[in-house]
Design a protein around this ligand. Sequence first.
Ligand code: NAD
Length: 364
Amino acid sequence: MSVFDHSEFDQHESLHYFHDDASGLRAIIAIHSTALGPAAGGCRHWQYANDDAALTDVLRLARGMTYKNAVAGLRFGGGKSVILANDAKSKSVELFRAFGRAVDSLGGRYVTAEDVGCSVADMRHVNMETNFVSGLPQDGEGAGGDPSPMTALGVFLGMQSAVKFRLGADSVRGLRIAVQGVGSVGLNLCRLLHEAGATLIVADVNNDNLQMACDELPLTAISPVELLSSDVDVLAPCALGNILSSQTIPELKAKVIAGAANNQLATEADGARLADMDILYAPDYVINAGGIINVAHEYFGDSSAAHVRADVEKIPVRLDSIFAEAQTTSRPTNIIADELARKIVSAGAANRAVVDSATTLQPA
Ligand code: NAD
């Protein structure tokens, strides 16, 4: 099947396959749009069921990054990369150096950073071969490095907006919140929620991560299967995508969905399913933009922590207006967000002559 006929192909600008025998690298980089700037989005190191699953993931994630970066007001287009892992332990310095050469060969059309399965150390190895990488440790107090804490902060602030809108609650204090996945973002989110007085129920398929979270915080750990249908006020998906579907949505008891995972909805129609059940869905790429905001500040040379935080604090404001429009027009929040993103990208594309100067921006 041609990629042009793939169900997730959506006018992506380009798709690049890379192979390096010596390091074992097999990677795909998808550039969805450079209308607003270089295509930016993290690198996922994951063991896929098959190559088509990897292609599906990278196509969806790249489009999501275009929308995320547009709504967050960043000078970035959207792209994403996946490294097809043999197993969770197949990472090596050589693998990430080979990936860095792959990124470099695109001449700055794609900028990478950490995503699921990748660490700051991995990005340092990428940086040995290319400057088109962000999420690197900064000196002193500057923002930069691991984007997860800022992603978690944005989700926390966005969740506060969502519970105010849907439940009339002034804070998360006393609310029961289920967090799916206590990895980099999920654990940081749990810390913020615990500090704010929420009761936390968590699940993770990785026992080491789960144990680490339970050792640090008072959490109730349950099985991943039970978590989605648990009796909670808020569900925070912080693992992988496609978890809100025609199968899972009827079982949900949460009234608010607010989490970090990308591509939470299995299909666009699942946004309407949630709305029909009066469940308020905070569009994933709007609420989880804190990390890429951090990445953008670092990449363009303004890594003032105060500036990053000020931009992350705009996330709840954007969500408030999406929630309000969804209510006024009786339409699902994901549709309102998608329309907004497409409008911003179209305006950028129309302005291409001006924007071209941004696409050639180099890392600071
Ligand atoms: P991570 O790999 O550090 O953590 C993910 C956790 O989810 C892991 O502990 C994993 O074991 C767990 N998990 C996987 N499948 C699960 C399941 N079915 N049930 C329960 N737990 C499961 O990744 P992360 O960086 O924390 O990212 C989490 C999600 O947020 C991803 O979808 C990622 O794309 C998205 N995201 C991350 C960032 C960031 O700054 N890291 C930014 C935006 C979006």
